[in-house]
Design a protein around this ligand. Structure first.
Ligand code: KIV
Ligand code: ZN
Length: 533
């Protein structure tokens, strides 16, 4: 660890530093999931909520219950299953929204209603309300929410572009009407750290009653300053940070949970705050969110990127071998990466695989282990060493077998220079075997055409992404495919040492998921967005 005059580690070993608690409010399932293409299934939302609860997140914003039947069901179920976390739902400043939100969150041991309205001049123009009319609406809706629920959070959307006097006025109204948390959103990622700190500090100093509520910060990352702005807001007096796993969220995303948690942990010498999050659970949830949302984590992403703890240059490796602190300010284990990573091989048995999965923070039932083991053996036959990332890729592609209307039986591809590629595909469609041969511009194009020939569909391919899971030419490729059809979005993923096979499996996976969504008569299609407020 880094040592300095104010070394956090040695300070901890003497007497624990008197740091203040910052509440972590995770909105991966609401703001993150709202990001186009990041849609998660019902079961995936429940899984992520459980992981968030287990890792010590204080408040989980589980969704926007009025937006769709699917959101309502997910928030209700998450509320019913919650353990320690407060379960929060989002509601626009409208009475039916707030009622619907309460219906969903009321099952939680601890529930919160989060209601909001856009207060900047641009946002006020949308519902076409005057300043006075909006002030009245805020008073009425926060009071209504408070009559239903003891814990009410209120947000003036686009606060950082709201006139100072009006912002003070509406915050005061919300506090008087019973809001106990005031969240200050930088909706468009416009602010910068000094301004972010000043805004919170001045609000606390100016608004009557401000000292009796918790101020919260909600930053978007359009200028790459979301984490810096959130931490600055804490320095200015905020005691709740809104964030998402991997910084998931619309446009450039939100403040990343892993970044603020680790920044507060590593630099508690200059930021004397702590959170209740168990940082060793960060890596696992990051990988799960990436898989289920279909949003890969950037390789050099802080804390959770593939390269965040990799030291490849000779000079770095030399330094690391002599003393890990030369180039590391955190230990990989602190974020849940196992320090030593012994690869498994084709002679490894089921017990070794289970032990490895436990090591990686993955608990599986006997049936799932059986399934993963079969695929592990198949992979080990083709690949000399099976690394941690290979195992995780297997887990991520085995965990979701929700619909099997379409199944790949066999694929043969002929391709080379100077001509189109040809794919011969055998696929099961609703239990019936069918074959097709297609030509295309490369092996993936030819194979996808063959899938479409056997299962005609209008789904638009909005994302096709390939990542090598590990190094080497025998590395598995993880392929992500996102499809869009009539407002429904489905993401499929698969991993294989053969990139074309992984691509076809991912495509079929996404089609199967789309089928499930169609079957639910559009229950997960959002009729409204929070921007309609
Ligand atoms: O960015 C934003 O303003 C929001 C609010 C709904 C809090 O997400
Ligand atoms: Zn937001």
């Amino acid at each position: 660890m880094t040592t300095s005059a104010t070394d956090p580690v040695s300070a901890e070993s003497n007497t624990a530093p008197a740091t203040e608690r910052v509440v972590i409010f995770d909105t991966t399932l609401r703001d993150g999931e709202q990001s186009p293409g990041a849609t998660m299934t019902h079961d995936e939302k429940l899984e992520i909520a459980e992981l968030l609860d287990d890792m010590g997140v204080d408040i989980i914003e589980a969704g926007f219950p009025i937006a769709s039947e699917g959101d309502f069901r997910a928030v209700s179920e998450i509320a019913k299953r919650s353990k320690d976390a407060v379960i929060c739902g989002l509601a626009r400043a409208q009475l039916p929204d707030i009622d619907r939100c309460w219906e969903a969150v009321k099952h939680a041991g601890r529930a919160r209603i989060h209601t909001f309205i856009g207060t900047s001049p641009l946002h006020r123009a949308i519902p076409n309300l005057t300043r006075d009319e909006m002030a009245e609406r805020i008073e009425q809706t926060v009071t209504h929410a408070r009559n239903l629920c003891d814990d009410v959070q209120w947000s003036p959307m686009d606060a950082t572009r709201t006139e100072w006097d009006y912002l003070c006025r509406v915050v005061e109204i919300a506090i008087k009407a019973g809001a106990s948390t005031i969240n200050i959103p930088d909706t468009v990622g416009y602010t910068e750290p000094r301004e972010s700190a000043d805004l919170i500090r001045r609000l606390i100093q100016t608004v009557p009653g401000a000292d009796a509520v918790v101020f919260s910060t909600h930053c978007h990352n359009d200028l790459g300053m979301a984490t810096a702005n959130a931490l600055a807001a804490v320095a200015g007096g905020a005691r709740q940070i809104e964030c998402t796993i991997n910084g998931l969220g619309e446009r450039a995303g939100n403040t990343a949970l892993e970044e603020v948690v680790m920044a507060l942990k590593v630099r508690s010498d200059v930021m004397p705050f702590h959170t209740g999050v168990d940082s060793r659970k960060i890596m696992h949830i990051s990988r799960r969110v990436s898989t289920v949302s279909g949003f890969p984590v950037q390789f050099n992403k802080a804390i959770v990127g593939k390269n965040a703890f990799a030291h490849e240059s000779g000079i770095h490796q030399d330094g690391m071998l002599k003393n890990a602190e030369t180039f590391e300010i955190m230990r990989p284990e602190d974020v849940g990466l196992s320090g030593t990573s012994l690869p498994l091989g084709k002679h490894s048995g089921r017990a070794a695989l289970r032990a490895k999965l436990r090591d990686l923070g993955v608990e599986v039932g006997d049936n799932q282990l059986k399934d993963i083991f079969v695929r592990f053996k198949d992979l080990a036959d083709r690949k000399k060493e099976v690394f941690d990332d290979d195992i995780l890729a297997l887990v991520n592609t085995t965990a979701d077998e929700e619909a099997q209307h379409l199944q790949l039986v066999n694929l043969k591809v002929i391709c080379g220079t100077g001509g189109p590629a040809t794919a011969e595909l055998e696929m099961e469609v609703g239990g019936t075997d069918a074959t097709a041969t297609c030509q295309g511009d490369g092996p993936v194009d030819a194979s996808f055409k063959a899938v479409r020939m056997l299962y005609p569909n209008k789904a638009h391919l909005s994302l096709y992404q390939v990542h090598a899971v590990t190094a080497g030419t025998d590395a598995q490729a993880t392929v992500t495919v996102r499809l869009e059809e009539d407002g429904r979005i489905a993401t499929g993923q698969s991993a294989d040492t053969d990139t074309v096979v992984a691509s076809v499996r991912a495509y079929i996976h996404a089609l199967n998921r789309l089928l499930v969504r169609r079957g639910k008569t559009g229950s997960d299609v959002r009729e409204i967005s929070y921007k309609d407020a």
